[in-house]
Write a protein that binds this ligand. Structure first.
Ligand code: FES
Ligand SMILES: [Fe+2]
Length: 370
């Protein structure tokens, strides 16, 4: 039995085959543009952690699809987010990460302070109507939630706690001091695939046995996998191979995962993953690993580096290949094996994710425009 992709026709509990999104959702630039406008420019997007802004003037530059955002800690110690462009003629201002008490535009040297206020614009004295005190970098909404830096390009979106509040207590039950975590290792892995293929790779462990041999033989026991979905939240829980620790992961719509990894000799280590879309056929799968105060940083870094060259690399390889396959004229849509009772082999979270995508886009369940 193949069911249509439709929240009404699949109950989310039974064992069934569910038809996934049509292939064009992974390859069509027009759909990607629509996702940009209706998903990524309307939801809270996590661009990092407060640990990345340790002092006054600290900044990071990151992107929400094609919109470059700078987040700076001001002279008043308050982090703020701005579009990373000069108010004069739009030259980008900052790059990467660092500390800037003053931001000098490379083009005509307009100079801003770390709170985004224009302080100096050469040769403007006496120009009628020019008042530097009225010019600031254009701000973007920023909220710090669970220690993470969230921005939202939609001025009318509800606060971030409305989007993610349901999971805060669960996450803080494991790590109350989320704000005190130290970022110790990160790597942006290029996934030459649509962002949804990256999310889908996270959303099931059906591929764990064939793809992640090291992981299932040494780290976790997939037969203990429990995967539940509640609206925009996926919850993943499984036991370490020796049965002494749990691995717990949340995937939060649309493109953020937060997890605690059982690292032998260290304990439960916080790791975030972001599936940042870049183009219709490329996303950046960005891992960040954090140490709780007192943890063995070297051991975490060793584990994370090993993860990058095993599980992380293996995931990148399969999603790149599946993107290649989805461009084939022979690909219609996925046939998702939904079997929530068997956490190590169910794809029901992908079916739920597809319903979220269609709902956000306002498309009918079979992928046609409503
Ligand atoms: S564009 Fe920045 S000073 Fe001219
Ligand atoms: Fe994987």
């Amino acid at each position: 039995m193949v069911q249509m992709l439709d929240g009404a026709s699949y109950d989310g509990r039974s064992a069934a085959v569910v038809r996934g999104l049509p292939g064009r959702y992974y390859t069509d630039p027009a759909i990607f543009e629509e996702e940009k406008q209706k998903i990524f420019f309307r939801t809270w997007q996590c661009l990092g952690h407060v640990a990345m802004l340790p002092e006054k003037g600290s900044f990071i530059v990151a992107s929400v699809v094609d919109q470059e955002i700078a987040i700076l800690r001001g002279e008043d110690d308050i982090p703020r987010a701005f579009f990373n462009i000069c108010r004069h003629r739009g030259h980008p201002l900052l790059e990467g990460r660092g500390v800037a008490r003053r931001i000098v535009c490379p083009y005509h040297a307009w100079t801003y302070d770390a709170s985004g206020q224009l302080r100096n614009a050469p040769h403007t004295a006496g120009i009628a109507g020019f008042d530097a005190s009225t010019i600031r970098l254009k701000s973007v909404r920023l909220e710090i939630f669970m220690g993470l830096l969230f921005v939202n390009l939609d001025d009318n979106a509800p606060p971030v706690a409305v989007q993610f509040g349901a999971v805060e207590a669960e996450i803080r039950a494991i790590r109350p001091n989320l704000e005190d975590q130290r970022l110790v290792f990160e790597y942006p892995m290029v996934h030459a695939c649509n962002w949804k293929a990256s999310v889908e790779g996270f959303s099931e462990c059906y591929h764990c046995a064939p793809v992640h041999k090291y992981l299932v033989d040494n780290v976790v026991d997939p037969t203990t996998y429990v995967l539940t979905v509640e609206g925009p939240v996926q919850r993943h829980r499984l036991q370490s191979r020796d049965g002494t620790m749990s691995q717990v992961l949340w995937h939060l719509w649309p493109n953020l995962a937060i997890g605690f990894y059982p690292i032998p000799g260290v304990g439960s280590v916080l790791c975030t993953r972001h599936m940042y879309p870049r183009t219709v056929g490329e996303s950046i799968y960005h891992y960040r690993w954090f140490a709780d105060p007192g943890m063995d940083v070297d051991a975490i870094v060793r584990y994370a580096q090993h993860h990058a060259t095993t599980t992380g690399k293996e995931d990148a390889e399969v999603v790149i290949q599946v993107q290649r396959g989805m461009t084939s004229r022979g690909f219609d849509s996925s046939l998702l094996i939904a079997n929530p009772a068997k956490g190590d082999s169910t794809e029901h979270a992908i079916a739920a994710f597809h319903v979220q995508v269609l709902s956000a886009l306002g498309h009918a369940p079979d992928g046609r425009m409503r």
